[in-house]
Ligand binder design. Structure first.
Ligand SMILES: C[S@@+](CC[C@H](N)C(=O)[O-])C[C@H]1O[C@@H](n2cnc3c(N)ncnc32)[C@H](O)[C@@H]1O
Length: 212
């Protein structure tokens, strides 16, 4: 995708690589990142895709006996991830610049697919979920960890009100989980509330697509 045709929500991350970890770092979000990895139920030898891997803050948390490929649109975020891989000698992970809406992998290539704080930071979340399903094996696990629209009407109103500001800093504050999953034809296996005030949710789904 050319820079010109990118929507602003994605453009934000082409600039914030070096400062991202101060905002979205370990203190606020690693509880959710760890829970998301638990929900993946990774088995030894599994091939795992992480979409929107960003600066790679999840990479040190994966078990060492799986293979992890992280993809992201933003070169600046991935430069930080590459730095982390080098500094922490993370031998099972690699990262690549790629658009989650056009994954350059064959069908059923991965056992597990994860998106942390990603699905509300992309302009075509349903398109990305369809691609995540396509590259994940039938019966494989898909996990998202994200903030979704609150079921509390008052909170949901506030989320809608701050929507324009949230988009300026890189996310959709009012993404509805149920609408999203219905559009992508996915069913929830289990959910866990995570991070500050339990305002984020880790959602696990089994890829129920037909064998191809
Ligand atoms: C809020 S950051 C989350 C990063 C990381 N997962 C974490 O836990 O810190 C969202 C990331 O999604 C990436 N992103 C947004 N749209 C994308 C797309 N269509 N394809 C790949 N990456 C995308 C952004 O570049 C950004 O790095």
């Amino acid at each position: 995708m050319s820079k010109k045709s990118r929507r602003p929500i994605e453009q934000i991350y082409s600039r914030v690589g070096p400062v991202y970890n101060f905002i979205y770092g370990k203190v606020l979000f690693n509880e959710g990142r760890r829970t998301a990895i638990d929900l993946l139920e990774i088995e030894s030898g599994n091939r795992v895709l992480e979409v929107g891997v960003g600066t790679g803050l999840t990479l040190p948390i994966y078990p060492s006996d799986c293979e992890v490929i992280g993809i992201d649109l933003s070169k600046s975020m991935l430069e930080e991830a590459e730095d982390l891989i080098r500094k922490q000698h993370i031998e099972n992970s690699t990262v690549q610049v790629m658009n989650a809406n056009r994954l350059e992998f064959s069908d059923n290539h991965f056992d597990r697919v994860l998106g942390n704080l990603f699905i509300s930071a992309t302009s075509n979340p349903v398109g990305a979920l369809n691609e995540m399903k396509r590259v994940c094996k039938p019966g494989g696990h898909l996990v998202l960890m994200n903030h979704f629209r609150s079921k509390n009407r008052l909170v949901a109103k506030v989320e809608a009100l701050i929507g324009p500001l949230a988009k300026q800093i890189g996310f959709d504050s009012a993404l509805d989980l149920q609408e999203l999953l219905t559009a992508a034809n996915l069913k929830v296996k289990c959910t866990r509330k995570v991070n500050l005030f339990d305002m984020w949710t880790a959602v696990s789904m089994v890829n129920e697509k037909e064998e191809v």
